[in-house]
Design a protein around this ligand. Sequence first.
Ligand code: ATP
Ligand code: MG
Length: 564
Amino acid sequence: MSNTIEKDEVKNSLNFLEQIIEDDIKSGKISKHIQTRFPPEPNGYLHIGHAKSICLNFGLAKKYNGKCNLRFDDTNPVTEDVEYVDSIKEDVRWLGFDWGNNEFYASDYFDKIYEFAVKLIKDGKAYVCDMTAEEVSNTRGTPTIPGQFSPFRNRTIDENLNLFERMKNGEFPDGAKTLRAKVDMASPNMQLRDPVMYRIKHAHHHKTGNKWCIYPMYDFAHGQSDSIEGITHSICTLEFEVHRPLYDWYIKQLDIFPSHQYEFARLNMTYTVMSKRKLLELVKGNHVNGWDDPRMPTISGMRRRGYTAEAIRNFADRIGIAKRENVIDIALLEFFVREHLNKITPRMMTVINPVKVVITNYPENQTEYLDGKNNPDDESMGTRKVPFSRELYIEADDFMEIPEKKFFRLAPGNEVRLRYAYFIKCNEIVKDENGTIKEIRCTYDPESKGGKSPDGRKVQGTLHWVSAPHAITAEARLYDRLFMSENPEDAEEGKSFVDNMNPNSLEIRNCYVEPELANLKVGEKVQFERVGYFNVDKDSTDKTLVFNRTVTLKDNWAKISGKK
Ligand code: ATP
Ligand code: MG
């Protein structure tokens, strides 16, 4: 009895695809090993939704000792480019997955797919149609009204073979003819109403050059490519569910490997658009600075911003797979980023919004090197020397001339701790002629070295700081959500998602960082104490370090930046 319960529990913890795979393995349906694939169309950079699909396909292959192919579905020469192929490979690799030698292109199969088409013509299952795209669409009917037969539907097999060959040979202009499958013009499934299999497109292809001027439609290339590769579990998003009967029809007519398609709900995220077409519009319209702009939901943007592959994999794992459309809160992704960065980054001190503090009883021209812990939660990350001197910077928001209730940081007459350094007390404020605070004059308690209380007296605030003469000036790029509304695509009448962009999604600040940070390289990550997690940007030069704020420390940022 208890045994069955345990078994059921294990079963229930599997997602529906794992369940199907385990059943297929058990029933002997899988003869060798399971074979999955990630099939991007190289018409843009990958986004976080693709990351979900990559983790799923490569993850299942790994879990069940199978294989996962990387296959480029490159059937549309007009929108595709090698730049995209290269970026896709880089992103999949960066996410931590390896396709070994299994890198394929639908275009590798163009000869084979052409043969498949010829076979369907020979079997009387496909015909060349001279209708324009508009005529085809006007005669398709509606889900409840059957479509009309094409006047070319009854062409003889010989005539079809002849015309199809001439299409291939370039005798006709774009759009003059198509090859259509002869399925069922009355099917309630519109996909089955004599769908187009091939179209004429006199276009250069990034792999096959000018060899072809006819190209298979996605629906005639995708399923056939899966069969050619022996894909046992062809996993895709829900919108392809209605295409499955057509894929199955082709497999049956052609009598080829019975690849089976399974659908899951695509990842949608709040404050994010997730379609390559829309992301391309942001890039082309210069609304962002390229595909890898750190505000973009692309894998390359997230990498540049400082997200880690591990955080993205953990996120993908945690959201699991659903069969119904849903929207994931972007805060969940940020949670996983924070969780990982908290473990791996050293904590350093940086002042983003500075005000000067002068320690009046500290000797001029003296520097002390104090011990700073790189990660107080993880001793193994060691310590560093932090210079301390008479003049320092602290965050302007850590001081209030007239403190509000429960303000425990620096204020006239109030004592606070400077992290790793000393207790200081504010005695005087110096202002310029406009009334702006120029410096805060304090005294320190030499007995409180290391920030330890000399006599048991307590202070409530601990501030981060940077020694002014030792500080390095750097640029901090502070990012906010790229869109102002949770669902950017839900734009008002006559407006587009672009109108929902947040005009304040990037704020650039000069900041002071402790000297230790000068050694960081592009891509290296650090926590600025009390401010957030940052990543060194590729725009850094020998003279100036540029930091991207990857993610805030919970909601501390609101306090420190003064943003509410
Ligand atoms: P987009 O709409 O962004 O252009 P796409 O589906 O056209 O996406 P493809 O290159 O065809 O882009 O996608 C490759 C694979 O990634 C497909 O199997 C697709 O189902 C999957 N995929 C795309 N977007 C998502 C998403 N948001 N969530 C999960 N999987 C996705
Ligand atoms: Mg697609």
